[in-house]
Design a protein around this ligand. Sequence first.
Ligand code: GSH
Length: 236
Amino acid sequence: MIPILFYGVPEGCSFGSIVALEWLGRPYRLCRIDMLQKPELFTRIAPVGESPVLITSEGRQLTQSIAILNHIAAHGLEMGLGHRQGSPAFDDLNRSLAFLSTSLFSAYSPLWFSLKYELDGPSQAALRHQAETLVRSAHQKLEKTLLQDRTWLSGERIGVADAYFAGVARWNDYHKVFDWSEFPKAQALLQRLQQDPAVRFAHDIEEGREPAGAGGFRGHVSVAEAAAELGLAEPA
Ligand SMILES: N[C@@H](CCC(=O)N[C@@H](CS)C(=O)NCC(=O)O)C(=O)O
């Protein structure tokens, strides 16, 4: 089957998986999920209720951005999208992905929590203070370690860790935690990424446009259509 990526909006971390699928260039479809009003069918497809979810070409369900991005990268070895497991380049890429999906991703959790439960007053202030400390610390570590000696997080060339960064780093623009000039290497990386056609494509998708991609994008399917294809429900 043609793989389906269930991506969450608004501001989803699925963004990176869309970018990586574009780079890979193989046929894929997208299914848009409003994470603020998750359809019941989505929770049947993905019981944990989180996005992204990739249904692979064999019909397997894959969750967790690191697993999805490594899966996509493994299919793009010949084009330099991924590296052989066990090689220094693979370890390096995996290190970046792990850092981004734990330290950087989690640093924003107090802010999302505060928003989700509409907190205000001292509770909101405490969560904001915690998030500001964690987000700044994560970016300091990025500057001093992962970005110290390279242009791209993935190594010498753009790769799936950069794709994931493009999706999560923009949360600073949403929550306004720090000024990008505090972290010049991370800022430069994000600026370079914004020029990438696949990153632009993912922005268009998130904003509800249906742009022409690099060739692999085969359009959107509804949750009902996807569920029917997976044998979970009849199409509406
Ligand atoms: N570690 C997971 C995190 C997945 C995750 O938390 N996704 C968020 C969107 S960025 C989500 O689905 N949240 C739904 C919710 O909390 O209801 C990954 O990187 O894929």
